[in-house]
Design a protein around this ligand. Structure first.
Ligand code: PAF
Length: 281
């Protein structure tokens, strides 16, 4: 397995693949890999001749006061894990190579970036779409796989790819959970044992919402209010948002008709966690 740290070298590696007419699947990550990431890689492995992952803690998607500096990093561990699922190459650039002096170009998707995480993390999706567009330009993947845990991110990337006529097929992988239901995330590492236990309220409240829909509740405000009560009565948990939205356009819904997504962001102690569920009426 190759580890490439330089944009020029990455482009040369890609050029050699493309010259042979072979295909690439890219799994973009910020590293500190967990089973959720590895499942994206396992999904991508048989779909292309070459499986490339990127490991890059992208500074442009972190706001002031967020966890850019303390975001967990462990390249030797990530390298072993990536190798174990058949990754051919890790692209691990430096921020100064991705955003050199004088860098001035950003990709901004409008509309669906404004609510949910976009409202509480201004500029976040502009950073995500910019780096993903750059990765797509450097690596020229035929396929790229993203996790559904970051539901809004997936929708925003699909929008960008369609709007900018990018030649890449976006595939989604369902949220991977720990045995007790907590959605896997590199940020789970920040939780102390007490917070780890309290964080289970995210998945519990999403399942509760699905049960309410299955027993006939169609009023989004009623479901939201019950979920908000569950979360705010859990020690150490502060709600950032609880929303029920259209699965494609992500605008808030008053009434559930066929399909909706309940998405939530909750601070457990100082750690901000997100999760979501598709609600089927
Ligand atoms: O989901 C992530 O880990 C990041 O937002 C991504 C897509 C790798 C872009 O930095």
């Amino acid at each position: 397995m190759e580890i490439i740290k330089d944009v020029k070298a990455m482009k040369a590696y890609v050029k050699a693949i493309k010259t042979k007419g072979e295909t690439i699947c890219l799994v973009p990550t910020m590293g500190y890999l967990h089973e959720g990431h590895l499942d994206l890689m396992r999904m991508g492995r048989p779909l292309a001749d070459h499986l490339i992952i990127s490991i890059f803690v992208n500074p442009t998607q972190f706001g002031a006061g967020e966890d850019l500096d303390k975001y967990p990093r462990d390249l030797p561990r990530d390298t072993r894990l990536a190798e174990s699922v058949g990754v051919d190459c890790i692209f691990n650039p430096e921020a100064a190579d991705m955003y050199p002096q004088g860098y001035a170009t950003y990709v901004n998707v409008e509309g669906i970036t404004e609510g949910l995480c976009g409202a509480s993390r201004p500029g976040h999706f502009r950073g995500v779409t910019t780096v993903v567009a750059k990765l797509f330009n450097i690596i020229e993947p035929d396929i790229s796989v993203f996790g559904e845990k970051d539901y809004q991110q997936l929708a925003v990337i699909r929008r960008m790819v369609e709007d900018l006529d990018m030649n890449v097929k976006i595939l989604a992988h369902g949220t991977v959970r720990e045995e007790d239901g907590l959605a896997m995330s590199s940020r789970n590492k920040y939780l102390n044992p007490e917070e780890r236990k309290n964080a289970l309220v995210l998945n519990r409240s999403l399942k509760f919402a699905q049960d309410r829909v299955q027993s006939g509740e169609r009023n989004a405000a009623a479901i939201k209010s019950e979920v908000e009560k569950m979360i705010s009565s859990t020690p150490g948990c502060t709600i950032d948002y609880v929303e029920i939205v259209d699965p494609d356009l992500l605008h808030p819904l008053d009434t559930l008709e066929t399909r909706a997504v309940m998405a939530l962001a909750v601070r457990v102690g100082k750690t901000r966690l997100i999760d979501n569920i598709t609600l089927t009426a």
